[in-house]
Ligand binder design. Sequence first.
Ligand SMILES: [Zn+2]
Ligand SMILES: [Zn+2]
Length: 277
Amino acid sequence: MRPLERRVRTLARGMAELLLPRACAVCRQLLDARVVGLVCQTCWARCENFPEPVCRRCGHPRQSLPGVALTANSDTDHTGDGFATCRWCPRLPPVVRALRSASRLDSGTAGAIVHALKYGRWSGVADEMGARMARLAFPDDVVSERVALVPIPLASARERERGFNQSVLLARAVSRHWDIPVWPDILQRTRETRSQTRLTPSERASNVSGAFVARHTMKERLRGAHLVLVDDVITTAATLNAAAQALTLGGARILSYLTFGRAPDAGDRSFHASDPD
Ligand SMILES: [Zn+2]
Ligand SMILES: [Zn+2]
């Protein structure tokens, strides 16, 4: 698609979002006239939460830990038992303080919302997704320390094709609620990477390893900072971890992650067992 044609289409879609989005962007059911936004209440209700108790660091349901008794003080246990016994946490490098995701991706509705944003070009959905992401409870120290949101950059060819970066839209939406800035230019992709969809966890890690670098011109801003990396979904954490490494090399002190969706873990039986579907 030529740039002008793409811009016209994006503009037309933007106007359509304003003027006639009376069908849900996900399920196509007609929206009640009182609904503000592009996704119906039924679809939002179908997005699944993480069943409590969750790991205070990575947000993963703690009931999925085989044979591990939950401690009474797990709510306040950031780095002791909750960290050491969580099966998901080892995927995050020590520099990551906390991870939160708004919805599980198992039933498909949350994935369809992400799809509407990325491929359906319903960019207005980002505001609703971001509002839900902004409501997630992070540990107090994250709330007091976080200085900026950093969206994961797309490969430039993909961004040219899509016309926008969904992570930037989500970060901007969260920023309006958290009242901290978005730093969309601090990370750069150093090379194109293959789509992660069909790769194994180890292939994903090597696919994105070294794919990001922090801009030298931003060094002063980065020094000692606690930043929140934003992406649409998290699966193995490979992409976020590669970005975190680049920011740490650039001077950041600590990172937290925020995503809309989180893929279920293949070995995570009770993650599914608690699923009513
Ligand atoms: Zn719907
Ligand atoms: Zn954990």
